[in-house]
Structures are given as structure tokens and as C-alpha cells.
Ligand binder design. Sequence first.
Ligand code: FEO
Length: 407
Amino acid sequence: MGPVEIKRDVYWVGALDWNIRDFHGYSTPNGTTYNAYLVMDEKIALFDTVKKPFKNDLIDCIGKIIDPGRIDYLVVNHVEMDHSGAVPDIVELVRPEKVVCSPMGKKALIDHYGRQDWPYHVVETGQTLKLGKKTVSFLETRMLHWPDSMMSYIPEDKLLLSSDGFGQHWATSQRFDDEVDASRLFGHAAKYYANILLLFSPLVRKLITKVVEMGLDIDMIAPDHGLIWRKDPGGIIQAYQKWSAQESGRKAVVIYDTMWQATESMAKAVGEGLKSEGLDFKLFNLKLNHRSDIMTEVLDSRALVLGSPTINNGMMPTMADLLSYMKGLRPTGKVGAAFGSYGWSGEAVKLISEAMRGMDIDLVGEGIRVKYSPQKEDLDRCVELGRQVARAALGQEAGGLPAKAGS
Ligand code: FEO
């Protein structure tokens, strides 16, 4: 795709990756983009590069504006290789006067590419670089997404080049938020937040506070993935405020795996109980839903009810996978319970409950185990479990403590 002018003399020069389907465990059924930006001024600056296999897309795109050899500064906002993979080739081709990066960025570039000899120009929060008419102000954003991460702000254009922040994994031929369906766009942004940034929520909140304190006047946010926010950048900032506060809706998710549909029957009964107390719910069979889509639903759910039959004295591998993934992403403020069928040993419910407690999920009890196939009275107990979870979740909404109840 050719360059797109996003502000006067500022161009998107990135690459579209229509075919990527997995991004370190995150499913990307709609691909992604690697956004790079070229700023034309007395000094010409390239902000970030692309994943290495796309280096020719980047070079060709820049070549439609200028000879890439004219680039003066290469700004590396983030060293993860989806953005820095083409840095060695670009440095070789361009021979930039400066490779601009954060202090941690310099270390990370050397650790990745072993090049002590590049013309590093290390910048910290608040430092600026004059390009001519335009100025670049830097803001370190450690752990958003890596220790090296930083954002670049161009006050003359009210433009924030936000690196991984505010991105989405969504390959489109459109480049701006107002050119696509808003609900799909925010859906992709929510999935990105839930699967990449959720664990860094306290830092996101600090960052937003810092941006407010610094008085940055922003009318466009250009991330390194997906669409550029030009119509309503405040909308995605508000969404980040909500997601980073881990605000939840009146919603629960019931997540389960099943061998012979016993645990599935229990899941449906739990859902019935949730709904009967006024809590909406969604049911996810782990064999049919990707962990990253489930995490997107977890993001704004108040209650999690997890079920697995016992297999080989443990839980189903799909449930272990989900719990491991979810633990790393650190959702907070949830209530929940566990359930599952078993044949003779029945450890799964206890193990799931322990894992949920380890994530500070408030459990309403010790969960429900059913031997082999649930009978009517077993399903009634599952309905009651759903009711208990719903009451605890809605009680939390009212400011009360979750009810503790056995089962
Ligand atoms: Fe898009 Fe953390 O890299």
C-alpha cells in the first residue's frame, strides 16, 4: 500500500499483514498492520519500522515520497521485533545521523542486534528534538508494552505517535477510525487491551494522568497497529480509562470444557441461575473459542464461572491453558465459582478454585462436583450456584461484599 498523509508532511508508511493469525498466543483472524510514520521537515524523521519480512513494503512506501537515503533520524519508539525487525536494514540503507530511543531502548537494541556502533541519541521523558518547523517531545512509557517503550508527541500537529498504545490488530485498507465501523473498531481495540495491556492497567492509568498533567493537546493518535484515531481520539482515551479501571458491566462469563456433555449441562444450568438473578451471561466452550476472544469478554465481566471435568487427576488441558493465560493478564475485581463432573477422583473443581483464588477472584463457595452425569437435583444445585454468583456480583455493584456460601 502507498503512503497516506495523516497530517501535513506526516505520512503513514507502514505495512499491512493480512495473513498473521497468531500474535504470541493472541488470535488475529483479521491480520494486523505495522505502522511507521515519516515526518518531512528540515530534518526528515522515520518513526519506527516494521516486522522484518515487510521491510521492502516499508522501503517501497517511503520511496514513493523520498529517497530513503535522505532520512536523517530514525526514532525507535519500541524495540519489539514487529516494529524493530527492519531497523538493521534501514540503518544500513539510510545511515541515519541519529537513532533516537529511550535509555532502555538503547539497551534493548544492543541486546537484540548487537550493534554498539549505531549513532544512538538517547532521550528521556520531556526531552525534545527539533526537526525544523516541527518538534518532537518524548514520553517514556515503560512496560507499555516493554521496558523500552516510549511515545512521541508533535505539538505543532497535536499528534501523538503512541507506539503499541491505543492499537488494534486489524488489517484494513482504510487508515482512519472514521472510515470503518466504530463498533468493530472498538471491539478490536478492546481485544488488544484485554490481551496485551490489561496486566499493565495501573501504568495505563498513570500514563493518562501524566498526559493530562503535561497538558498535551491531542487531536490525533497514531498507534503502531491498526487504525489512526483522528475523528475522536478522546473516545479511545476514555475507553482506556474504563478498561484500566477494570470497570465491569452487569455481565458474567461461563467458561467450560466437557468430555461427555455432563459439564456442559452444568454450565447451561449455571447460566440459567445467573440470568434468573438479572446478570447477563455468555457461555464459552473452550474447544470452540480462542483464549484471546474469551479474555476480551472477561475484560468487562463481573463474574467468571469456570467448569471442567476431571481428567487424569487434573483439569482439562484447555482450562489449564486459559487459567495460565488469564493469570498473566491479571484481571481484577471479579467474583466467581468452579464446577465440573468427575468419575472417581474429582480434583478439577478444587484445582480450578485454587487457581481462581490465586488470581484474587472472590469465590462464592467451594464449587460443585457431580459424579458422572448430572441428575435433576444436581442441575438445580448448578442453577443455585449461578444465582449465588449473580447475587455476589450484583451485591458488589451495590457496594456490598460478595456472599460466601457453600454448595
Ligand atoms: Fe507491537 Fe510490543 O509490539
